[in-house]
Design a protein around this ligand. Sequence first.
Ligand SMILES: [Mg+2]
Length: 284
Amino acid sequence: MRTPDELRTIAAEIRKDLLVMIHRAGGGHTGGSLSSLDILVTLYFRVMRIDPSRPKDPTRDRFVLSKGHSVEGYLNVLARMGFFPTQELTTYGEFGSKLYGHPTMSVPGVEAPTGALGHGLSIGVGMALAGRMDQLGNHVFVLMGDGEQAEGSVWEAAMSASHYRLGNLTAIIDYNKLQISGDVDSVMTISSLVDRWTDFGWNVRELDGNDVDALVREFESDTAATGAPRLVLAHTRKGCGVSFMEDNAAWHHRVPTDDELRTALAELDERIVALSVNGKERVR
Ligand SMILES: [Mg+2]
């Protein structure tokens, strides 16, 4: 089992890799991939019961990236997990590659093609219902964006999940407070998400979504017995891990220049060295 410090190191390394990938391809969703990465790394490298050598094992846990545009972090996580060779990551965005701007079913490890926002939670509800009907004993995780909360279909899925008492379902909101066009609440008021999800019958938890210790604690606590689906409101920072990208909506899909990439990689290298030296540093 990976320790929190090992998870932090993996996350810092993948932050470097996804920035290089976006820079090479000349496009990508930089800010959201960085904000959600600690959640993905914690789930894949520690929490979820999955075996890349048996990708179709019916009892596996399921993950749906409902905010499919944050694909660069996701693809790097899947490759590092061993679902496909890491060398393939260099083809991202090229004509003929199966790796491009949103996840598709041609990518090993991907459970659902996503990108049209508001659909992932409904898919997760179906997976959780099926898991219960087939008595698989597995858990389904769905990661949504905060801008995505403006999609009406999210709330249809939210209603049905609590109606069917899907304790084997966890939805996570990457709550970085920013979306493509700026501040989320200025586009569509979604506050208070705690009240809204509680009213919809969910067991709402709130934490720092870039704090690996908090994520491990929450995901490893068993809330299934409550019978209610769990909503993890994960407060994150868009662009997390690179000082000049943090909390800046411009980095939603900006591509770093050569100089910016060099600076970002140097910052992340410093984190990795610090983690290896004292093992205590928190990658934030
Ligand atoms: Mg956002």
